[in-house]
Design a protein around this ligand. Structure first.
Ligand code: NDP
Length: 267
């Protein structure tokens, strides 16, 4: 029987995950389907239960249900525990297991696709919401020289720095310091067409500016380009977190480069 997977979110119509997983399944010869399911805002657990009852094997979870999925999971991987959120569910042996592949996706995109090693480099992470929290541990595992979290509400950045320890520093946008090799925008400012008020001095020579948002040029990327930084959007992270989820479910690693290229071509 064909194995069934799905992504749950609200809204969900915009999701590229069905396209990405269909491409992975074709490429690796896996017998599976992958649907997009609009869960009601007050009915996420029931929606997941209905999917499991009809033979669902696994799911991706997107906005706004990642924290609820964390609570729903009866078992969680260490990386999901540290992220405080779950974007990948596995339904097996009558149990719901939660994982988080977002951070692994970002690190894979930075290091493998964009050829930016992070070991010994200075990283500035903008934002202290769910997206930022999910990537901190995998970034630290790359052994950067510094990881600084800057946020509009400094107290939230400080909470994350305290939670992770390991030399993570917290500050506001005006006190970041300068000369970062990689500057990652994990705020939702780009969604509103806004730019965190940064000094151009944040960019080291040859810096990479990375916006987790994808699908359009953002004020952050335009600002970075104007000050000599290389830029990348979050499309690669999206495909890489999907590849990691695919690996969790199927034990097979798909090739991501052709899928990223096809999505860019279609945009
Ligand atoms: P949250 O709502 O949890 O957090 C939002 C963060 O953005 C907070 O730190 C908030 O600051 C900050 N912020 C909001 N508006 C502004 C502004 N105008 N100026 C400066 N800072 C602002 O959102 P998420 O963490 O879940 O998501 C953040 C982004 O990451 C989204 O754009 C999302 O699309 C993207 N994302 C991309 C992924 C990918 O695969 N490429 C995966 C996951 C997320 P404060 O604390 O002060 O309110």
């Amino acid at each position: 029987m064909t194995d069934r997977y799905a992504v749950f979110g609200h809204p969900i119509a915009h999701s590229k995950s069905p396209q990405i997983h269909a491409a992975f399944a074709r490429q690796t010869g896996q017998d599976m389907t992958y649907a997009a399911i609009l869960a009601p805002l007050d009915g996420f657990p029931a929606s997941v239960a209905a999917f499991v009852a009809t033979g669902g094997r696994g799911a991706n979870i997107t906005v706004p249900f990642k924290e609820e999925a964390f609570r729903l999971a009866q078992q969680r991987t260490p990386r999901a525990e540290r992220a405080g959120a779950v974007n990948t569910l596995v339904f097996a042996d009558g149990e719901i297991r939660g994982d988080n592949t977002d951070g692994a996706g970002l690190v894979a995109d930075l290091t493998r696709n964009l050829h930016r090693p992070l070991g010994g480099r200075r990283i500035l992470l903008l934002g202290a919401g769910g997206a930022a929290r999910g990537v901190i541990e995998p970034l630290l595992d790359e052994a950067p020289a510094a990881l600084v979290i800057a946020n509009r509400t400094v107290a939230r950045a400080q909470e994350l720095a305290d939670l992770f320890g390991r030399g993570v520093a917290a500050c506001g946008f005006d006190t970041t310091g300068s000369g970062f090799d990689v500057v990652i925008n994990a705020t939702s400012a780009s969604l509103a067409g806004e730019l965190p008020p940064l000094s151009p001095a944040v960019f080291a020579p040859d810096a990479l500016a990375y916006d987790m948002m994808y699908g359009r040029d953002t004020p952050f990327l335009a600002f970075a380009r104007a000050h000599g930084a290389a830029t990348a959007d979050g499309l690669g992270m999206l495909v890489e977190q999907a590849a990691e989820a695919f690996f969790v479910w199927r034990g097979v690693r798909p090739e991501t480069a052709p899928v990223i290229a096809a999505l860019r071509h279609a945009a």
